[in-house]
Design a protein around this ligand. Structure first.
Ligand SMILES: [Fe+2]
Length: 274
């Protein structure tokens, strides 16, 4: 384990039989996340595997018309997001691919996506003590595999947050390489009034872990580049949200007051261990 900067830690891992095995126990990783810190896990997932996930997403998106209506949360779809989120008022501009029906995706795409999402799913289960599989669950939380493309030339996601539960820990896996495949933009966080920008710290295959109720954002890709929805360059990430789409959304009021939240969390933890 290595401290890269204040609140930003790096943990090494091996990729063994399709599983992310960290150099420190999973409970220890979660303890660091909850302190809170941003933890970068060097998963060592082969670059070829990550590249294939991007290629499969692009090939599938090419033959799948863009979604335009309200999200169904039960299908596979991709959408150009360009709006201001209703409740949190967070502006966003990116292209997301949501695979809520991953198990029924055509075999050729499913195979290349599962080689990335299965390790993420198993790792999240190991961190949180869950045993979740992929698939829709009526009236309950379930996994929402997503590949997001932040095109060059001005994509971003404004500061927002989520309820801590049931996700507990958010995961953002870098599917391509900063400095080679894109050169600006990255996920940022705020912890105790300190801003933590991970731009330039997250290499291809690195998995960002963060306490899910931390305010976070994606800093813009440089406006010096020309924007195009059709240009595949830019940052590609895989995320694995776990929530009930019909459940209670995050409140408008930020949980940070965070100092207060951390006090509560600490108290809850110390009581739980007594
Ligand atoms: Fe988020």
């Amino acid at each position: 384990m290595k401290e890269l900067s204040k609140y930003l830690l790096q943990v090494n891992a091996e990729f063994k039989n399709g599983e992310i095995v960290t150099e420190i126990p999973y409970e220890e990783v979660m303890r660091l996340v909850n302190e809170p810190n941003i933890v970068i896990v060097k998963t060592n997932i082969p670059e070829e595997t990550l590249q294939k996930a991007v290629d499969a997403t692009r090939a599938w998106a090419e033959k799948t018309p863009l979604a335009e209506g309200p999200d169904t949360f039960v299908n596979n779809q991709h959408k150009r997001r360009l709006h201001i989120a209703k409740i949190q008022q967070a502006p966003q501009l990116f292209h997301d691919h949501t695979f809520d029906d991953l198990t029924n995706l055509e075999e050729e795409y499913k195979r290349d996506l599962l080689t990335v999402f299965d390790p993420m799913r198993k790792f999240w289960n190991a961190l949180t003590g869950n045993q979740e599989e992929f698939g829709f669950k009526e009236g309950d939380a379930y996994l929402h595999p997503q590949v997001t493309h932040y095109p060059m030339g001005g994509s971003f996601f404004g500061r927002h947050w989520h309820p801590l539960n049931p996700q507990k820990v958010g995961q953002i896996l870098a599917l391509n390489q900063y400095g080679r495949d894109y050169h600006s933009g990255g996920t940022g966080y705020v912890i105790n009034d300190t801003i933590i920008e991970t731009e330039g710290f997250q290499d291809m295959g690195d998995l960002l872990l963060f306490r899910y109720d931390l305010p976070h954002w994606v800093s813009p890709s440089s406006f010096a580049d020309r924007f195009s929805w059709d240009d595949p360059r830019g940052r590609w990430v895989a995320i694995l949200p776990f929530y009930n789409p019909w459940g209670t959304p995050a409140e408008h009021k930020e949980p940070q007051g965070w100092k207060e939240q951390i006090q509560t969390a600490k108290k809850a933890t110390s009581e739980a261990t007594v």
